[in-house]
Design a protein around this ligand. Sequence first.
Ligand code: PGA
Length: 255
Amino acid sequence: MRKNLIAGNWKMNMGPRETEAFFEGLGEQGLSEPKKTDCLICPPFVSLMSATARKVATPWVNVGSQNVHFENNGAYTGEISTEMLKEVGCTYVILGHSERREYFGETDEIINTKTKKVLADGLIPVTCVGEVLDERKADKHFDVVETQVRGSFAGLSDDEMKKTVIAYEPVWAIGTGETASPEQAQEMHEHIRNVLKSMFSDDLANAVQVLYGGSMNPGNAADLLAKPDVDGGLVGGASLKPDSFAELIRISEQS
Ligand code: PGA
């Protein structure tokens, strides 16, 4: 049985002080350790240490970054390495978010290199795929996502793929308040699993967590998480407040 993962992607929000306040607030939500839900918060780099230091009341919340470089160290001004992330207590890394693809030129090839690096160094990648609105309107969304999945996970071993989390985020649903319907999410998640079956094996395709992302919130999460191939959410806006993040965890536990 796959567990759900409720993952908060804070993007360029929440400095160290706000991060401390968030974790204090989360500790006051009366949550006990979730049984069927992995939990993750991905703050900006400068807030990672505040997150790992202040999650005392909720030690089961994992902390991750939103990006990483694929080299160990060296002359890469402005970049961060996997070892640095591990040193501050990160266990996950979001890779290939559509905002990184759009504004920072990340390609499937770069995302593939980063995914392999993150796995090699013992971190868990949450690798993102998803089509833009024009691609959906042109009925190309299944092909686009298949190309992204094949490109992002090319050359991974079964063992590596098993440790990878995929987030399907239709770009038209991110930050827009417009969510994919549970049926649209389910059919794409099933498609992703079918692509994984052809690249790897049935067992592996059934073992990988596939998250939905794009305006998930406490109002729509139950219907999305009820779908058999939706294993959690990558959540932006609704992960910024302790009460709504806690509510998402509760909904996931009941799903
Ligand atoms: P959103 O962001 O929940 O604010 O739409 C999701 C994401 O971009 O990961």
